[in-house]
Design a binder for this molecule. Structure first.
Ligand SMILES: Nc1nc2c(ncn2[C@@H]2O[C@H](COP(=O)(O)OP(=O)(O)OP(=O)(O)O)[C@@H](O)[C@H]2O)c(=O)[nH]1
Length: 413
């Protein structure tokens, strides 16, 4: 690439900078409250780690600058003593921060004490750095305590842009006004103040970048969780009627059967099939057929207990698994379902309504029988077949069917 082309590329990139900045600012606005709360919760956990690690570092400095063995006969000794004492105060401050963080960790992040701590720790830390820098000016023009403190806060703390700007504005103002207490050279003062300003701005930008990055990671994770939840729901439920899908119903029924065996209770099933459903489709159209299926599923779900399982096995056939229910009660449930269907008016999309009947097959696995789910399914299906064959709009009970005692069902045991 020639130098001229390179410059052209750079100029073009600079031209895009305002739009990047605007989209970055828009992303900051898009951060929802839930994500904000999570960010503050992460910060709260970090505070404890920071309190222990920075507290240990400060403790080490207090030892290095140990203030109580010095003869105060020189500026350097005085400086060392003040630095040592400042670090002892700061050590005490970190111990208080650690205890305060532990004390408030169960409070909601919106609580005023939590907010005060999240603001107070970086501000206090920065003010300590200002104090040490001011003491340092007695022997050196160096401002590294303030510079390191600012950058460390920008890197370690998770602060919203507003909080970061406030913390660094407070810190820099203290730095600006306190520096002349010990630094009397105008040139050094000017140089230090401009260095401090640069680092404060960089620290605020660093905070904003980290806040935005962590927020987008959290929001992306939440979007994936939501999508997974949707996919799980779609896999577990029938798309048209909202009741359980065939696979999910059988999976949950299997779990209920194991539970029934452990508890020594009965488990029953009702297989329900709408009568002459093909005719509804043919006469009123497929949409009307769909509406009938939706209303039938709703009626079934409303008619049984919350602990019962309602699923669509395919087409116009539904299965209802009734845990802790003996055969007599299951037949009662099936009769109730059949008569509710027969008496309900099924609304169609055009505004009209039709009457629909259903046939039901009932079967039960009694406690201690050791029968498998396949048996329950096959015997209920067989009973439904009987109900259809003997006139429809009725209930047939597998227990009363001769076929059940014969080879086909015995094999399913
Ligand atoms: N509208 C609609 N129709 C469906 C759906 N799934 C299956 N069907 C139709 O349901 C009809 C079932 O017909 P059949 O198996 O003959 O049963 P039926 O007419 O109810 O007769 P019986 O069960 O013997 O009373 C078929 O026409 C299928 O196309 C669906 O999701 N929506």
């Amino acid at each position: 690439m020639s130098i001229r082309t390179g410059i052209r590329h750079k100029m073009r990139a600079l031209g895009h900078a305002p739009s990047h900045l605007m989209s970055g600012l828009r992303e900051l606005q898009d951060i929802d409250d839930e994500t904000r709360i999570e960010l503050y919760r992460i910060n709260l956990r970090r505070l404890l780690i920071i309190a222990f690690s920075v507290g240990s570092l400060v403790g080490a400095y207090a030892v290095i600058f140990w203030p109580f063995t010095l003869e105060l006969d020189s500026v350097e000794a005085l400086w060392r003593r003040h630095i040592g004492i400042a670090h002892l105060y700061f050590l005490a401050w970190w111990i208080v921060v650690a205890f305060a963080t532990i004390a408030i960790r169960r409070l909601p992040v919106e609580h005023v004490a939590v907010k005060a701590l999240q603001f107070g720790v970086p501000t206090g830390g920065l003010l300590f750095c200002v104090a040490v820098t001011v003491i340092d000016q007695a022997v050196t023009p160096n401002t590294s305590p303030f510079l390191i403190g600012s950058i460390a806060i920008g890197l370690l703390m998770l602060m919203s842009p507003a909080m970061a700007a406030t913390v660094h504005a407070v810190g820099y103002s203290a730095f600006f006004f306190a520096l002349p207490l010990t630094q009397h050279s105008h040139a050094v003062l000017l140089s230090n103040r401009s260095d401090g300003l640069t680092i404060s701005v960089i620290s605020v930008l660093l905070s904003i970048m980290l806040w935005r990055k962590d927020a987008s990671v959290i929001m992306a994770r939440k979007a994936i969780e939501r999508k997974n939840e949707e996919l799980k729901r779609a896999a577990e439920h029938d798309a048209l009627t909202g009741v359980l899908s065939r696979a999910e119903l059988l999976r949950r029924a299997g779990a209920q059967l194991l539970r029934a065996r452990r508890r020594g209770s009965d488990i029953s099933a009702v297989m329900l099939d709408l009568d002459h459903f093909k005719r509804i489709n043919d006469v009123h159209g497929h949409q009307a057929g769909d509406a009938v299926l939706v209303n039938a599923a709703r009626l079934m779900s409303r008619s049984v207990r919350d602990t019962d399982l309602v699923g669509r096995m395919g087409g116009e056939e539904f299965m209802i698994v009734l845990p802790d229910t003996n055969n007599k009660d299951a037949v009662g449930v099936a009769n109730k379902l059949c008569s509710s269907m027969a008496t309900a008016a099924f609304d169609l999309p055009g505004g009209s309504s039709i009457a629909v009947t259903a046939s039901c097959g009932v079967s039960t696995i009694g406690s201690g029988s050791g029968r498998e789910l396949e048996w329950l399914y096959a015997s209920t299906d067989h009973a439904l077949y009987e109900a259809k064959n003997t006139g429809r709009n009725r209930v047939s009970n597998a227990y009363q069917l001769h076929a059940l005692s014969t080879s086909e069902f015995q094999r399913l045991r």
